[in-house]
Write a protein that binds this ligand. Structure first.
Ligand code: NAP
Length: 488
């Protein structure tokens, strides 16, 4: 196992993301041997924590989220010993000087060799000032790599995203900025390229001659929970479509990269996003549906949740029909939907192939072949084919050929992404141009929606969204293949 050497400086080290995701992911890298002796972590935030308290917090976050079969207490303690806390206000220049000293000391002590990861696990409004201070106060080294990791949301429209990007790129070269979209770390999302470009049957069929339509569902059963303040300024379009959904669309509709490396892959993803048709306001009205949840069994309407305005016009649901204007996908509608308080929690992709050009079986109905990719909570691939009923006579039935990943110890998204980051592999991080074209597409929808006040709430909690989301497909003679409200 190759040991990756790095000093992590986590800004927002006391926060939710660090505790729920980053510390368990780092621990998993440690127990698998990807990081061993030559690593240290400095957590910084304003709270006046001691190293001892910080290590306890780190250990608790591991005990709370990693399966107890995979570690011993001694492993957790040895791991936590690599963690140091520095109380720090990111706006205060003096603190960067203290941080620099500690970083140098740990770099020497752990023989890290100058590799630094600056993880900005805090509000994007601080990214610019942190990037500036890291550079001007010389926290970057000249004898190892310096990588900056940023989280979503990356801006709230193209203008703010551009500004944010410039504020970081002013101090760090483009190839040292790693924009996290944790969906890109999910095993089944990474599997899209494997399925498409590793199998000749799919390579040949993956185009507008054979694919009828593509459906992507990111549904959540929970409501807004504690994220009310953020959600009221974002909504489902910015929170889920601009990043996760459009990333999935790009992986499904891009052309084959010349080879499987970050540069070639990103180039094709950028082209796919660039070829999305940007809608006029009339086209938005025709192709996009927004919704907000009303009450349901034992749950409140969105507008009755804590910290939500009584007349909030924020959407908790989006469905849309996207058009990809490239040679391979022109004419293939890509239907997307995402929402809160829906019937189930699931991320699911259905690629619906065209029906047979003619049916030679008298009196027998043939269904479309469908390739379904369940991303979570199950990790499953299912290919639906038409199969002869094993009986006398000749009837057909739809047969699901399914494989479900049963590996309990499969690396989680953040672990995979942090491992990629340490190896300098940017394949599963979002390039600025991808962000740019995604905002361009989303901004057109947002500005059309902002011209009118929607009639909310318009869907019941526990359903699969407003009726208009079904009508969007029915109008084209189609329906959602994934319907958790129906029992099979
Ligand atoms: P959070 O729990 O509110 O944490 C924010 C962190 O920033 C805290 O550690 C806070 O600590 C620190 N902080 C705030 N102001 C500071 C200042 N002036 N100087 C130094 N430290 C300061 O937020 P989060 O949920 O972890 O999210 C962090 C980032 O990740 C956000 O951009 C969020 O959108 C993104 N994100 C989070 C998740 C998630 O699951 N949580 C998922 C995707 C993306 P002190 O109060 O001690 O200073």
């Amino acid at each position: 196992m190759r040991e990756e050497k790095a000093l992590f400086i986590i800004f927002g080290g006391t926060g939710d993301l660090a505790q729920r995701k980053l510390y368990p992911a780092l621990f998993n890298l440690y127990r698998r041997g990807h990081i061993q002796k030559s690593f240290a972590v400095i957590g910084t935030a304003r709270r006046p924590w001691t190293d001892e308290h910080y290590r306890e917090v780190v250990a608790d976050s591991i005990r709370g989220s990693v399966d107890a079969d995979f570690y011993t207490e001694a492993m957790v303690e040895n791991f936590a010993d690599h963690f140091y806390y520095q109380s720090h206000n990111v706006n205060d220049t003096e603190h960067y000087m203290i941080l620099k000293k500690l970083a140098q000391q740990l770099d020497d002590e752990y023989e890290i060799g100058g590799n630094r990861v600056f993880y900005l696990a805090m509000s994007p409004r601080f990214f610019g000032t942190i990037a500036e201070h890291l550079k001007t106060q010389k926290l970057v080294t000249d004898h190892g790599y310096n990588r900056v990791v940023v989280e979503k949301p990356f801006g709230r429209d193209l203008a703010t995203a551009t500004e944010l990007n410039q504020s970081i790129e002013k101090y760090f070269p483009a190839d040292s900025i790693f924009r996290i979209d944790h969906y890109l770390g999910k095993v089944m999302i990474q599997n899209i390229t494997a399925i498409r470009f590793g199998n000749s049957i799919f390579r040949n069929l993956w185009n507008n001659r054979y694919i009828d339509n593509i459906q992507i569902t990111l549904s959540e059963s929970l409501g807004v929970e504690e994220r009310a303040c953020y959600y009221e300024t974002a909504g489902a379009l910015r929170d889920m479509v601009q990043n996760h959904i459009l990333q999935i669309v790009s992986l499904l509709t891009m052309n084959a990269p010349v080879s499987f490396n970050d540069q070639d892959l990103r180039q094709e993803k950028i082209s796919a996003l660039k070829s999305l048709k940007v809608y006029t306001p009339d086209e938005v009205a025709h192709n996009f549906v927004r919704g907000q949840y009303g009450p349901g069994e034992g749950v409140h309407a969105y507008r009755d949740e804590d910290n939500i305005a009584d007349d909030s016009a924020i959407e908790t649901f989006v469905a849309g029909k996207l058009e990809v204007e490239n040679m391979n996908f022109a004419g293939v509608p890509v239907y997307i939907r995402t929402g809160k308080r829906l019937a189930t929690k699931a991320t699911r992709i259905d690629v619906i192939f065209k029906k047979m050009p003619t049916n030679i079986f008298p009196g027998v109905a043939l269904t479309n072949n469908v390739l379904s990719i369940d991303v979570d909570p199950n990790e499953e691939i299912t290919l639906y084919i038409n199969d002869k009923d094993y009986d006398t006579g000749f009837k057909m039935k739809q047969l699901p050929l399914a494989y479900r990943n049963q590996n309990r110890d499969c690396p989680e998204a953040y672990e995979k992404l942090l491992h990629d980051l340490l190896r300098g592999d940017a394949t599963n991080f979002t390039h600025w141009e991808e962000v740019k074209y995604s905002w361009q597409f989303v901004d057109a929808i947002r500005s059309a929606w902002d011209m009118e006040t929607p009639a909310f709430p318009n869907y019941e909690s526990g359903s699969m969204g407003p009726q208009a989301a079904d009508e969007l497909l029915a109008r084209d003679g189609k329906q959602w293949f994934f319907d958790p409200t129906k029992t099979n």
